[in-house]
Design a binder for this molecule. Structure first.
Ligand SMILES: *[C@@H]1O[C@H](CO)[C@@H](O)[C@H](O)[C@H]1NC(C)=O
Ligand SMILES: *[C@@H]1O[C@H](CO)[C@@H](O)[C@H](O)[C@H]1NC(C)=O
Ligand SMILES: *[C@@H]1O[C@H](CO)[C@@H](O)[C@H](O)[C@H]1NC(C)=O
Length: 376
């Protein structure tokens, strides 16, 4: 019995040693990765993609790729599974494993793929606003992630524009907004890929409305003293809504604003008079704003200071002095001339100017003469 039991022991040991890697260590777990032709790994129906079952184990004989969604398994000797003309049927999680002669690895962590049968939706946008005035120019833009596509723009489910664009964007322009242009706009596109024309999901809807809000009135109050600030009253007539007032610069950027007020008149105080300003107000309609027309332009340019009271006084005073001087001179000359010859009846002021300029000329003529004297 002894040799026999010895043999049994050795056999068991041998079996244990041989079997040990497969049982206790196992084969290293593979990693599954997806290889596509798209830089963003977007997989479209009809594309060719590959699954790569990667392992550090050098002696793998068979590879298995299982689609967890359909429970289908492909088996082959290579580690790279290539699937051409892929369909959305392949969407879902996949795992892979491999086997050598006697044992198999654990399955890899799952790798999810999504096979698109439509392109992602384009983005629809509008300039200048979703709520416009009648007569205003409006541009609706549809833009996608791809170029070389055919765009379709709809208004209230009716096609208003179809355009093949080499770029990734197209625009639908309305020169003068009218009632019939208001409504819900939407766009989508088509693109040829793998010789198939595939369409995109529709964009979000875009509601375009017309709201004509009359312009506010503006009153400017210039302080009397030497204060540099100017107060501008912006007034809206007949509304009981909450308003949002804005004082805009000439380039339509916002200089000041008063939000969510129940008042129909606000006062803006500005320091910089050499700007052109406009006042507008906005009302909230749903999640959007409707802007009023621009108020009349407010311009308080440089010349403004000359027309203030102080300057007017100076001008008047100068005029009085001028006339007075003129009269004195006129009398003086008349008295002198009365002795020699009669004089034509010239107005006082003109006479003064003539007299002054004569004297000035004489002095100018004298000056160079003096200089010459010193030089010679
Ligand atoms: C997939 O198949 C295996 C056996 O081949 C089975 O045990 C399992 O329940 C199946 N899973 C699904 C989701 O059908
Ligand atoms: C369209 O193309 C331009 C430049 O070519 C890019 O800046 C823009 O992001 C693209 N639009 C979309 C929606 O991908
Ligand atoms: C502007 O409004 C204020 C406050 O209501 C008022 O006192 C002032 O007279 C107004 N100014 C003008 C120029 O209307």
């Amino acid at each position: 019995m002894r040799p026999f039991s010895m043999l049994m022991f050795m056999t068991i040991c041998l079996l244990l040693i041989m079997g040990q890697p497969a049982i206790s260590e196992g084969l290293p777990q593979p990693t599954l990765s997806v290889i596509t032709n798209d830089p963003d790994d977007v997989i479209m129906e009809g594309d060719t993609i590959s699954f790569f079952c990667e392992t550090t184990y050098g002696n793998a004989k068979r590879f298995f790729l299982t689609s967890l969604g359909t429970n289908e398994t492909k088996e082959q000797s290579g580690s790279q599974f290539t699937i051409s003309q892929i369909t959305s049927y392949y969407s879902g999680a996949h795992t892979c494993k491999y086997c050598d002669q006697s044992s198999c690895s654990e399955p890899s962590d799952p790798e999810h793929i999504y096979v698109r049968d439509t392109f992602p939706e384009p983005i629809i946008s509008v300039q200048p606003r979703k709520i416009v005035h009648s007569g205003e120019r409006m541009t609706i833009t549809c833009s996608a992630h791809f170029d070389n596509i055919i765009f379709f723009i709809y208004k209230d489910n009716e096609l208003v524009m179809e355009a093949a664009a080499s770029r990734n964007t197209t625009s639908y322009e309305i020169q003068s907004m009218a009632k019939q242009n208001a409504g819900q706009y939407m766009c989508w596109y088509k693109k040829t890929t793998n010789n198939r024309l595939i369409q995109s999901h529709p964009s979000d809807p875009l509601m375009i409305r017309i709201k004509d809000l009359p312009k506010p009135t503006v009153d400017v109050e210039i302080p009397k003293a030497e204060v540099t600030s100017v107060r501008i009253n912006c007034t809206v007539l007949g509304t009981n809504r909450k308003l949002w007032f804005q004082l805009l610069r000439e380039d339509k950027t916002v200089e000041q604003e008063v939000e969510d007020t129940e008042q129909t008149k606000v006062t803006f105080t500005i320091m910089d008079r050499n700007e052109k300003y406009y006042c507008i107000y906005r009302i909230r309609i749903g999640t959007d704003f409707a802007d009023s027309e621009l108020s009349d332009m407010i311009f308080l340019g440089k010349g403004l200071a000359d027309y203030t009271m102080g300057n007017c006084f100076h001008v008047v005073l100068s005029a009085i002095l001028l006339i007075a001087t003129g009269l004195i001179l006129f009398n003086h000359i008349r008295q002198k001339q009365n002795r020699r010859e009669p004089v034509p009846d010239l107005p006082a002021a003109r006479l003064l100017i003539v007299k002054e300029s004569e004297e000035l000329e004489m002095e100018i003529q004298r000056e160079p003469a003096k200089e010459n004297e010193y030089k010679d």
